[in-house]
Structures are given as structure tokens and as C-alpha cells.
Design a protein around this ligand. Sequence first.
Ligand SMILES: Cc1cc2nc3c(=O)[nH]c(=O)nc-3n(C[C@H](O)[C@H](O)[C@H](O)COP(=O)(O)OP(=O)(O)OC[C@H]3O[C@@H](n4cnc5c(N)ncnc54)[C@H](O)[C@@H]3O)c2cc1C
Ligand SMILES: *[C@@H]1O[C@H](CO)[C@@H](O)[C@H](O)[C@H]1NC(C)=O
Ligand SMILES: *[C@@H]1O[C@H](CO)[C@@H](O)[C@H](O)[C@H]1NC(C)=O
Ligand SMILES: *[C@@H]1O[C@H](CO)[C@@H](O)[C@H](O)[C@H]1NC(C)=O
Ligand SMILES: *[C@@H]1O[C@H](CO)[C@@H](O)[C@H](O)[C@H]1NC(C)=O
Ligand SMILES: *[C@@H]1O[C@H](CO)[C@@H](O)[C@H](O)[C@H]1NC(C)=O
Ligand SMILES: *[C@@H]1O[C@H](CO)[C@@H](O)[C@H](O)[C@H]1NC(C)=O
Length: 592
Amino acid sequence: MSLLFTKSVKLGLLLRLICLFISSFSVCISTPPEDHINCSSSSNTNCTITNSYGIFPDRSMCRAGTVAYPSNEEELISVVANATKNKTKMKVATRYSHSIPKLVCPSEEDGLIISTKHLSRVVEIDAEAKTMTLEGGVTLKQLISEAAKAGLALPYTPYWWGLTIGGLLGTGAHGSTLWSKGSSVHDYVVGLTIVSPGGPKDGYVKVRRLNDGDKDLNAAKVSLGVLGVISQVTLNLQPMFKRAITYLSKSDSDLGDQVVRFGKEHEFADIIWYPSQHKAVYRMVDRVSTNTSGNGLYDFIPFRATPSLALAVIRATEENQESQSDADGKCTSAKLVTSTLITNAYGLTNNGLFFTGYPVIGYQRRLQSSGTCLHSLEDSRITACPWDPKIKGEFFHQTTFSINLSLAKNFIQDVQKLVEIEPKALCGVEIYNGILMRYVTTSSAYLGKQEDAVDFDITYYRSKDPMTPRLYEGILEEIEQLALVKYKALPHWGKNRNIAFDGVMNKYKGSEEFLRVKNVYDPMRLFSSEWTDQVLGLKDGVTIVKEGCALEGLCICSKDIHCAPSKGYFCRPGKVFNDARICTLVTTNKAS
Ligand SMILES: Cc1cc2nc3c(=O)[nH]c(=O)nc-3n(C[C@H](O)[C@H](O)[C@H](O)COP(=O)(O)OP(=O)(O)OC[C@H]3O[C@@H](n4cnc5c(N)ncnc54)[C@H](O)[C@@H]3O)c2cc1C
Ligand SMILES: *[C@@H]1O[C@H](CO)[C@@H](O)[C@H](O)[C@H]1NC(C)=O
Ligand SMILES: *[C@@H]1O[C@H](CO)[C@@H](O)[C@H](O)[C@H]1NC(C)=O
Ligand SMILES: *[C@@H]1O[C@H](CO)[C@@H](O)[C@H](O)[C@H]1NC(C)=O
Ligand SMILES: *[C@@H]1O[C@H](CO)[C@@H](O)[C@H](O)[C@H]1NC(C)=O
Ligand SMILES: *[C@@H]1O[C@H](CO)[C@@H](O)[C@H](O)[C@H]1NC(C)=O
Ligand SMILES: *[C@@H]1O[C@H](CO)[C@@H](O)[C@H](O)[C@H]1NC(C)=O
């Protein structure tokens, strides 16, 4: 996520002050958050749905007939039963719907959206057994704070607390570790209740309680939402502990050699890689005794409420650099962003107020995850999350995949070869804080990670115009294909562009088992949609071949027309990976 220039921050603060004094000033009027679910009538019918970014990878729109907001398990069961009886297609939507792909769309325009917004209670905490039972719509923020009240902690979580337990399980979300049972939240699930369609004899609904050791739990833990609605989840927790965090910035020249060793050395290790700056920031995070002093806090700067005006200035700058092919400008911006983040310890403070030096020590609950921008949504015209579609702000693609631990070094070195050929190519990625590298682990979940692996998270500029190539278009496409094709990487289910999911089920040993369970739980396929059928290999169409399709990751180019020949971008083999097909700028030798 990009960062502010100090001037813009000052401008934003100034505007905020003006607002405080002249409250009739139109820009100050706060608007209530407009949902990603938008219905045309007050009875929740005739709706459109998107995700929290307001757009899907293919830019299509999704419709639904009705939205239901059950507020307890009983109501949820009744909603599913009624819809099943009526053979209505269904999908679960969460409070914010943070997944990028089209997971939230029901397969028919008159389908039903079941929102988990009001299924957000903590059902039970058993301090002795160290377990916590939650309703499916509980957010990670809630989970962390409620568990902490009972002296408990979930050790490895996503870094963003706006996700729900149902949604983050649905897509296999994770933090970073190679230790213990690993970094995926689903590997700490010891029980789960799922509400699925039933036959007339069952009253059209079937409620299954799956416990540890139950084979079907391997399907339900990471389900893409196609098995039914997860009404409750029981997690195994640990006693609250403290962590110590130190960021260490180094040259990336031996990153490939360090990556495995580093991951094994620190319990919560991760790495932020800035390839064009030849820099890697190693985040050394370890558990420390609870009696170690320190009350550190993590409030990751790119997840903070940001002045909307500043976001608009930053986006305009980026658009300008793109249209001018200003690679040097992007590299200058990247250095500014990186140095500001490093100087400010990425938003860590030793006591909640000031950063005074490493290590930052504090309770797990204050350091594991953040997302204070969510609480700014009420007045998005003043401040917002950087990607809020209601304002002019960030607009990006995200390519996120995991590569077998034993192959991570080769992949890193291939990317380094690309940087040698095009030294400025990845400055654009560094504006979004570089490539985040996290450790993920083998899971028994059928759609979970198949091997211990390094997860690479890459965010980059997306044009508002689908036919406009980005600067160094081809290099990013080559990295994507290197990972997915050469190194057979697994895509994150909740991120990525369409091509990442082409033939993806062939990469999972348990894919047949998953589909078997799906047929048992939802034989009428009411929770399936066009997108989930395509991803699960039951239907063609994950890739969309049309003019300019490679620019948006809807296809891998095979003809020039899939790129932007009128703008000088032609379909060519990769520069390091010969089997890649990428859109390369051919008319000049300035960028590709
Ligand atoms: C700023 C940001 C930071 C992120 N950081 C991380 C990170 O650190 N690590 C990581 O792994 N990912 C991360 N993600 C990605 C995120 O994990 C996934 O997108 C996640 O699935 C979204 O959760 P959600 O609650 O918004 O679910 P949604 O996107 O709304 O739903 C995901 C899927 O789960 C299904 N589903 C949701 N609830 C239920 C339920 N109760 N029963 C059945 N099915 C259900 C939905 O139908 C859908 O198919 C991040 C995303 C953002 C926006
Ligand atoms: C909701 O839909 C209506 C039309 O159906 C449209 O006018 C309005 O702008 C939409 N709101 C959002 C936030 O998309
Ligand atoms: C549903 O909304 C669309 C616009 O969003 C409108 O064109 C259509 O007429 C509406 N249909 C009904 C049945 O209200
Ligand atoms: C389900 O249908 C029954 C019978 O038509 C109705 O009484 C009940 O209110 C419905 N439940 C929901 C949640 O819509
Ligand atoms: C029943 O199904 C029809 C067609 O799918 C749909 O339009 C209608 O809203 C559904 N009714 C209920 C109560 O789900
Ligand atoms: C902290 O606790 C450990 C035992 O958990 C103990 O060995 C150590 O002496 C304590 N340190 C301090 C400074 O109290
Ligand atoms: C991943 O690496 C392990 C060794 O670490 C190896 O056994 C396995 O075959 C590899 N898997 C793939 C898909 O390359």
C-alpha cells in the first residue's frame, strides 16, 4: 500500500482542521459507509454486490435477488431451509467482503446473499481447554480482543483484522511461521458447525457439527464457501504471550540463500523485499517471556486512516508517472515510501505512542494484526482506507502465491535476473511496500497448502482503463508465470487475477476428496456459482480470451491482440523464463 508524502499529510491535516471550524463546508459532511451490497429497495431486494475494493478482476458486475441478515443460528437455518425448498442459489457475504476474486456472487441474478454481518457473537470461551467458539461473522479484531480478555491468544493470524473467521477460513488465510502447526488459521480449527441444504426429510436443511479427527473437516476448513454456511467455529488457542520484533534491513544479494534458514530461526519471521532497491528487510519476531517489560503496539501505516485528499494526490502522481512512462519518478517515489516506512518502524511503537528503538516488545494481541482505517469509514470523504472505492485512492492488482520452500531460492534468483535486465521494473511494486514474503505450512485441509512454502504477496498499479498497459507490464506478467507455471505455485484463494486459477485443482492432492464432500453437502449445487465451478475445474472460463485480456490477467497472451499492439505492446517470450508469454513494449527500448 502506498504511503503519503509528508506534504500531503499536512494538507490533509489542514483540511481536517478547517472542517472542524467550518462545519458547513461541504467536504466535511460525513457520509455513512455505502455497503458493498447495494439493494434498490428497502426490503433488501434487487441487489448488486462487489468486494471491499468495489471491483472484481474481470470488472464484471454481480447481482442478487435478495439479501438475508440472520442474527442467530436458528434464523440462519431457517433462511437456508427456505431457500433450499425454493431451489434458490445462495452465497455467503461477509461484513466487508475482502476477497478479490468473484467468490461472493451467487450463480443467478435472483440468487440469495446470506450476510454474516449479524452472526458476530463469541459463543463460548473455555479458558481451561484453551478453546474459543465463535459465530461465522466474527471479525479477526473481535476474535483477538475477546480471546485476550480470557488470557488467550491465536498465535498466527493474517496481518489485517478486518477479515471474518468464516471468510478467512474460506480462503485459507494465514500469517507467517514454519513452527508448530503452522501459519494458517484453519489448522487451529478443532470444531466447526456448517449449515447446508437438505432434502424434504431433513426439512430442507442439514446442520453438521464436525470435530477434530472428522475427515470432512479437511474439506470444511478451506471451502471457498461451496459447502454451506459456517455458523460456528471452535479454535484452539494458547495462553497470552509476548513477542519481540526487530526489523533488519540488508542487501538482497544472498536473499535466496537466507530465506529457508531465516524462516526456521524466528517463530514469526517474515521478509519485505524491495528488489529494485536490492534490499530485503528481515522481520525477526520471537516469543519472549510474559514478564519481559514492554507494551508495544503495531498500527501498520498503510492500514491506517489516511486523508482522502492525500490519497487522491498520490493516485494522481502514480497515474501521471504511468502515462509519462516515468520509471525514474516511480523509483524516487518508491525510495521515499520505503525510507518513510523503515524510519517509522512500519507503524510499530514501543508504548502505543512513540517508536524509540528495537526490539519492540509487547503482547501478542497488540502486535499480531492491525487495521485502524476501518474505523474511519464513517467519514470517508475526510479519511479512508487507501483502497476505499468511494474515494479516488489506490487501485491495484494483487498477485499472491506460495512456492515450495525448496524452490523459493530459485524463484528469487529468477526475479533477480529480471531486475538485472530491467533495473527499474519493480519500483512500481515497491510503492506498494514491495514483495511481502511469509512462511506457510503443509495442511491437512484438501484445499490448503500442500508443502511448506514461502508465500509471495505482490501488489501493483492497475489502470482505470482495462486497455492501458502498465509500466513494465511484461516483467510483472513474467514473475506471475514463473511462479504459477515454472514453480507450480499455489495461488491465495482470496487474491489474484483469473489466470492464477487456471487448472489450479491439479495442484492439490485432495481435490477429488474435496469435490466428493461438496457433492454430499450440496448435491443441488445451490452454493456453487459460475466462478467456483470454474475454479474447481467443473466448468471452463477462468481465463477470458479477448482483446487486451493479458493486461488484466484474464489470459496469458498468445496473440499480439491480447496485449496492446496499438500502444506498442506485443506478445513475446519471457526474458528469463522462455515458456512465458508476456506483453512487451517493442517500439522503444525504454520499458517492457
Ligand atoms: C488489507 C488486507 C490485508 C489482508 N491480509 C491478509 C493476510 O495477512 N493473510 C492472508 O492470508 N490474507 C490476507 N488478506 C486476504 C484475506 O484473507 C481474504 O481475502 C479473506 O478471505 C477475506 O475474508 P472476508 O471475511 O472478507 O471474507 P470474504 O472475502 O467475504 O469471503 C471469502 C469466501 O468465504 C466465504 N465465506 C465467508 N464467510 C463464510 C461462512 N460463514 N460460511 C461459509 N462461507 C463463508 C465467502 O462466501 C467467500 O467464498 C488480506 C486482505 C486485505 C483486504
Ligand atoms: C446503488 O445502486 C443505485 C442504483 O441501483 C445507484 O444509483 C447507486 O449509486 C448505487 N450505490 C453504490 C454505492 O454503488
Ligand atoms: C432492479 O434494479 C435495476 C437497476 O439497478 C433496475 O433497472 C431494475 O428495473 C430493477 N428491477 C426491479 C424488479 O426492481
Ligand atoms: C421461512 O419460511 C416460513 C414459511 O413460509 C416462514 O414462516 C419463515 O419466516 C421463513 N423464514 C425466513 C428466515 O425467511
Ligand atoms: C424463490 O425462487 C425464485 C426463483 O429463483 C426467487 O425469485 C424467489 O425470490 C425465491 N423466494 C424465496 C422466498 O426465496
Ligand atoms: C520471568 O519469568 C521466568 C519464568 O517464566 C523466570 O525464570 C525469570 O526469572 C523471570 N524474569 C524476571 C525478570 O522476572
Ligand atoms: C517440495 O519440496 C519437497 C522437499 O522439500 C519435495 O519433497 C516435494 O516433492 C516438492 N514438491 C513439489 C511440488 O515440487
